[in-house]
Design a protein around this ligand. Structure first.
Ligand SMILES: Nc1ncnc2c1ncn2[C@@H]1O[C@H](COP(=O)(O)OP(=O)(O)OP(=O)(O)O)[C@@H](O)[C@H]1O
Ligand SMILES: [Mg+2]
Length: 400
């Protein structure tokens, strides 16, 4: 039996681990938290830090794994270290560096002439001010390496906002580097793909809704993206080129881009499946391709089924209520029983204070709805959103 090393055992990865087991592989799973639910179902659980490449390599070698699959950005460098040291198919250390540093990523894409905003990679406040003068407002400031989730990412509409944006980015910049780039105005899309032997298979494309805030956390992803065939072809082409440019030849990838008046332009890429329910649930609902299983097959060298079987609708609804203190959350059970609801969860409790939506972790819950097409999935997501009610009290009143 072949063994697959999975990096991550949090609640969102349980289904991925189950899929790999169901596909007939032995699962070796690591997570720093000994209580992580994915460890309980693993064939070989190890409570170690998945972002520590040496510790992960020790486990991989002793368990004789045949491949390694990172489930989030924190595991990408470790996965590459294992593949490199043990001679496995998958990420190289160079590709992992490019995929985990948005500055290096943009520099690589610039060398390959891919469509993206003008940018500067900076480290100090003075550098940021200089870059802001050289580029055109509005700008986006972001840490080069934060681990994702929108941490430290904000839009700057005029220079008075630069100080806040710099501090926000610097607080999350794990290697001290901050990318300053021009703001792309348009529709944001996400692309889920699997590379196999250097060929990129695109499985699903969504467009995203964002609340109009300076931070950029999404509130809804809709599949398939609503755009004409020419735009979708251009999106596919750019996503493919972005994946190839960074050297991802085998395994999953998640690309983000914005379709502007001049066509698609790259935001960033992850050398892993999409976050939350995307990798394990949504891609399968949309395309009929079980993305986790097929990624595992590609990585261990077994024949994979990478052809899209159907194009159904799906919505990933992410609850982002206004700020306040949660008094009560109503309608959860009724919403869960609505047609086409694949998953629904609330990640906040009564009494918690909802503040500014600074990153994805501040969201209050999720729902996944499916339908024959995009429109049906959207109607069902609207029904869920209308059924769930966050009853909020103003922060001052609650503290009085
Ligand atoms: N140049 C840009 N122009 C417009 N919007 C941008 C730009 N760069 C980033 N954004 C917005 O900010 C969001 C977060 O940025 P980015 O993806 O680079 O950070 P992240 O921390 O990796 O976030 P996530 O994990 O949510 O993908 C993007 O999804 C996009 O909506
Ligand atoms: Mg992103």
């Amino acid at each position: 039996m072949k063994s697959l090393l999975l990096l991550g055992a949090g609640i969102y990865y349980v289904r991925a681990i189950e899929e790999v087991k169901a596909a007939g592989y032995r699962t070796v799973v690591v997570d720093r938290d000994p209580g992580a639910p994915g460890l309980a179902i693993a064939d070989a659980p190890h409570a170690i830090d998945l972002s520590d490449p040496d510790a992960v390599l020790t486990v991989a070698a002793s368990e004789h794994v045949d491949a390694v699959l990172p489930l989030n950005d924190f595991g990408v460098r470790s996965a590459a270290r294992v593949a490199d040291a043990l001679g496995l198919r998958g990420l190289t250390p160079r590709t992992a560096e490019l995929a985990c540093d948005k500055g290096l990523m943009r520099e690589r894409w610039r060398l390959d002439g891919l469509s993206q905003p003008c940018f500067r990679v900076t480290t100090t406040h003075a550098d940021v001010l200089r870059a802001a003068l050289e580029l055109a407002m509005p700008l986006v400031l972001k840490p080069a390496d934060s681990g994702g989730g929108g941490r430290g990412v904000s839009v700057v509409r005029d220079s008075s906002e630069l100080d806040w944006a710099f501090k926000f980015a610097a607080a999350h910049a794990r290697n001290g580097r901050i990318v300053v780039e021009e703001f792309l105005d348009g529709t944001e899309m996400t692309i889920e793909a699997i590379a196999a032997g250097g060929e990129v298979h695109i499985l699903a494309v969504s467009d995203k809704l964002k609340p109009p805030l300076r931070t950029r956390v999404a509130s809804r992803l809709m599949y398939p993206a609503a755009a004409g065939p020419e735009t979708i072809a251009a999106v596919h082409e750019l996503a493919r080129a972005a994946i190839v440019s960074l050297g991802i030849t085998d395994g999953p990838a998640h690309v983000e881009l914005i379709v502007t008046g001049d066509g698609p332009s790259l935001v960033e890429l992850g050398a892993r499946g999409g976050g939350g329910h995307v990798f394990s649930t949504i891609v399968e609902a949309v395309s009929g391709v079980q993305m986790v299983r097929e990624s595992a097959r590609v990585l261990v060298g077994d024949p994979a089924q990478l052809t899209v079987r159907h194009a159904r609708g799906c919505v990933y609804e992410l609850f982002v209520p206004r700020s306040g203190v949660i008094r009560e959350i109503r309608g959860v059970e009724q919403a869960r029983a609505l047609p086409g609801v694949l998953a629904l969860g609330i990640t906040r409790k009564r009494g918690e204070v909802l503040g500014e939506l600074t990153d994805s972790l501040q969201r209050s819950g999720f729902a996944v709805t499916t339908g024959r097409d995009r429109e049906e999935a959207i109607r069902r997501a609207d029904a869920v959103a209308n059924t769930i009610e966050f009853v909020l009290a103003p922060v001052e009143v609650a503290h009085a």
